[in-house]
Ligand binder design. Sequence first.
Ligand SMILES: [Zn+2]
Length: 306
Amino acid sequence: MLVKLLGSAAGGAFPQWNCACHNCRAIRKGTFQGKIRSQTQVAICGDSNSWFLLGASPDLRAQIESTPELHPRDGLRDSPISGVVLLNAEIDHILGLLLLRELQPLSVYATRSIRGILTQDNSMFRMLERVPNQVMWTDIHSATPFPLVDPAKHDSGISCRAVSLGSHFPAYVSERRRSELASGESSSGLIVETTTGKRLAYLPALPQITDSLMSEIESSDVLLFDGTFWDDVELIRVQASGRTAREMGHVPVSESLALLAQVGRPRKIYIHINNTNPLLNEAGPEYRQVRNAGWEIAEDGWQFEL
Ligand SMILES: [Zn+2]
């Protein structure tokens, strides 16, 4: 399986349009030792033909253009992108789906609650249902493996399994609507398995590391892990108000570094990094601490075989 990291930042990207934090200000001035990053997007391919997206970033159009493997091949209308796995309904994880609306057949995998939020509450997503079989939705259920299959029913050879993580729906979902939805379907991680049994654990947003999650992490070959915030009060420190990292559903890096220090098997990579996170500064002590602990920090354009 080929894995491409098309984007590696949290919502808002780096720099973020309305942000003048130390990092964003410095990278605009050209004095920052570090990389710009688009919003997190992963693409996987198990058969050198069909690509599946994990999430659908608001930056997807530019990410596709900068990735030749995702360009049209034959005919006037074509895409190697066969489907999308949606793990939550956050704007920075689903907005790209609207960019894929040009009558291109797609397989979309999501929990029933996420599908309901998009197709019943947000009328714009009806653009994905203008013709029969434009988007083929498949409900996913926590802990039940499902194959990634393209719209023509060809099995990619990739098997996935969702892991229920959070209980919070995005702020745009109304209180009344929330009460009708299954909270365990709000946010998931994903275990991706190849035909040879290699495993990718994709956990870009998780509120806590439970024992069962720890065993998933320890049995993976590559770990793409929540690198959103350095510490719990990062946003409060920068903005002088706001919510903690944990309240926003993210274990801070300073804590996961310690909690996962003994995990030796997987290649460990932080992804979904917020523009305020000091580890983006490659001249800073936080970057050095993470690298010395054996972790990598995802950059746009990275790829690896699994
Ligand atoms: Zn910023």
